[in-house]
Design a protein around this ligand. Structure first.
Ligand code: GLN
Length: 297
């Protein structure tokens, strides 16, 4: 029995939304109902809590139920809202790009810690002054490149992607977030001039083994296959990146790659074979190795 009988009041709508999502086995039902109601009403999530007896208009109510229906059909919250938060920044996302993941924040953290320990730096404040050229491969909607540029405004950031559609989203994000980045279209290093040299190359390349794509959740399967599929063992792109990276790195430059924890040992061997010294691994929030970095030596 609903406590509040007013059918368009926030509390009532949240309860109804949660029930609908639960009935379709959406696991994050409470959060998702709140996010969709915030979107439909134009209220912040905080205001939904403090104004829970507030009546919404019929238009807002209808919009809310339309959004709930899309979520029930398996669309991700990020695609429905058209945005996703990453590293405290708001990114526009479309079905042309992979939705930025919390895992990829570890890649940004890893790069920042490399920059911090680099040749001229010792403290965080100095991060603002680092001006090395860095390259983000497979940039997608630009989360890694943009988060780095945001954190280190003096950094010279280059980013490439094979998908022109993804780059259009990345350029828009960089503009909105006021980050000057050189975006180039092309297959990995093909986008660059042969004489380009970087202090560091980062990449969240596709790394899901082809045979595992079908096992992914409907939300992930709705993302561009090209951004996920890494070939038979998931390492097609990563292998190509590691082999070519030394040609585009300064002497003593760095590489930092996101991948699946199960792929780390193989990647460590590939890195050593390509001339990178003892690779360092960085853990995700669940404690698994999610990023691996090496220094050319
Ligand atoms: N981490 C992503 C996933 O969970 C994969 C991202 C990638 O392939 N780069 O599906």
């Amino acid at each position: 029995m609903l406590q509040n009988t007013k059918s368009n009041c926030i509390e009532d709508l949240l309860i109804k939304g949660k029930r609908i999502l639960v009935s379709k086995n959406v696991s994050s039902h409470a959060l998702d109902a709140a996010l969709l109601l915030a979107e439909a009403s134009g209220f912040s999530r905080e205001k939904l809590i403090t104004h829970n007896d507030y009546e919404l208009s019929e238009v807002q109510r209808r919009h809310y139920f339309e959004l709930l229906e899309r979520r029930c059909r398996g669309e991700s919250i990020a695609y429905i809202l058209g945005r996703k938060e990453f590293f405290g920044l708001n990114f526009t996302v479309t079905p042309a790009v992979l939705t930025p993941r919390p895992d990829t924040e570890i890649l940004v953290e890893a790069v920042l810690s490399i920059l911090r320990s680099g040749p001229v730096l010792s403290d965080c404040a100095a991060l603002r002054n680092v001006s090395f050229p860095v390259l983000d491969l497979c940039t997608g909607c630009g989360p890694v490149a943009i988060a780095l540029k945001h954190k280190c405004p003096a950094l010279e950031v280059w980013a490439t992607d094979v998908s022109e559609e993804a780059l259009a989203v990345a350029r828009k994000n960089a503009e909105t977030l006021d980050c000057g980045i050189a975006f180039l279209q092309g297959d990995l290093f093909d986008a660059l001039e042969k004489r380009s040299r970087f202090f560091l190359i980062a990449a969240n390349a596709p790394y899901v083994p082809s045979g595992e794509i079908d096992l992914l959740s409907p939300e992930v399967k709705a993302e561009p296959r090209i951004a996920l599929d890494g070939g038979v063992d998931g390492l097609d792109l990563i292998r190509r990146i590691i082999v070519k990276a030394p040609l585009y790195l300064d002497k003593n430059g760095y590489i930092a790659l996101e991948a699946d924890p199960s792929q780390m040992e193989t990647i460590a061997i590939l890195m050593k074979d390509s001339g990178f010294s003892e690779p360092v691994m960085y853990q995700d929030l669940a404690g698994y190795n999610r990023v691996i970095a090496g220094k050319l030596s």
